[in-house]
Design a protein around this ligand. Structure first.
Ligand code: SF4
Length: 325
């Protein structure tokens, strides 16, 4: 049985505010925080966010530009061709359709627009990849939005082409701790994902890289995941909370609200200068507590719909943002 955290251990963690890093054992003690110290942990994460990260809640919107029929077997994903789900299956949208979606995102107040594609990725340019490049150029010319891309595994060559077309950031999630990855995907390796992050950074793209809590990982693996992102020096960290989708292999997550908030707070304390964006699971699993997450280390959220799950009414999200000012 683990010993409960002490007030001295929480106080010791205030060293993060002085720019000092947490050790693995210190982070592990913090992620196991229980009442009556929960608010002390969240308060420290909030102070750290205000000191080191953008204090404003930033928003971004994604579009599922090509859906389903993916060759990979990620056990949580509705878009794997190996799962029988109700997720839509369609080929890459035209550049005109993507421009229209980007313009709509701009009217919602999004600062960036992310083109998301199902599939393993692009090691070389092909017709589909070239069409994505054209869409990026068009959106950059016709809107004030930053364009981000989530296209799976990239090489130095394809990452450079995205940069040259005007993309400023790629999203490629680790999804989970390196030691848990083989339990959720067998068709590619965590090293392939880590390598994509490295090549994107090498060519000068910013990288948004995070994952999903509730994929059967242990508390230790949540800490391992946070340190893996620190080592990769990613720019922004999206966090999803697993929701079982009918037809996928992975069982319903048993993660509790306290575990989620503790994981987000510790993820932030390990990566204090990086923004944490809350995506899927925000309006369903966090539900009435979603405002609290922005006082526990998070400073951004995905608005609009997620890839295969409907999002929340934009008006309600605007009200939430106003109430957090
Ligand atoms: S997470 Fe990406 S790579 Fe994995 S099955 Fe889904 S679309 Fe394919």
């Amino acid at each position: 049985m683990m010993k409960p955290i002490t007030s001295m251990e929480i106080l010791n963690a205030y060293k993060v505010l002085d720019g000092k890093a947490l050790s693995h054992d210190e982070a592990l003690a913090l992620i196991r925080t229980e009442p009556p110290y929960l608010m002390d942990l969240y308060s420290l994460a909030d102070k750290t966010r205000l000191k080191f990260s953008d204090p404003h809640i930033c928003t971004c919107e994604i579009t599922n530009a090509k859906s389903g029929a993916c060759s990979e077997d990620c056990s949580f994903c509705a878009q794997s061709a190996r799962h029988r789900t109700n997720a839509s299956v369609y080929p890459l949208k035209s550049k005109e359709e993507l421009l229209e979606a980007a313009k709509l995102a701009e009217t919602h107040g999004a600062g960036s627009f992310c083109i998301v594609i199902s599939g393993k990725g692009y090691e070389k340019a092909n017709e589909e990849f070239n069409s994505i490049l054209e869409s990026i150029r068009l959106i950059r010319n016709e809107t004030g939005l930053e364009v981000h891309c989530s296209l799976g595994i990239l090489t130095g060559e394809t990452a450079k082409m995205l940069r040259d077309a005007g993309a400023s950031m790629i999203n490629h999630n680790l999804e989970t701790a390196p030691s848990n990855f083989k339990n959720i995907c067998t068709t590619h390796r965590i090293e392939d994902r880590m390598n994509t992050v490295r090549v994107a950074k090498t060519v000068g793209l910013k990288v948004c890289c995070g994952g999903i809590f509730g994929l059967g990982e242990t508390v230790e693996q949540r800490v391992e995941f946070a340190f893996a992102l620190k080592e990769l020096d990613v720019d922004s960290i999206p966090v999803n909370i697993h929701q079982k989708i009918d037809g996928t292999k992975l069982a319903e997550s048993k993660i509790t609200l306290t575990e989620i908030l503790n994981a987000i707070a510790v993820l932030h304390l390990i990566n204090p200068t990086k923004g944490i964006k809350i995506a899927a699971g925000r309006n369903t699993i966090l539900a009435d507590y979603q405002g609290l997450v922005f006082h526990a280390g998070a400073n951004g959220m995905l608005i609009g719909n997620y890839l295969t799950i409907s999002g929340r009414d934009i008006v309600k999200d605007r009200q939430l943002l106003d109430s957090l000012k």
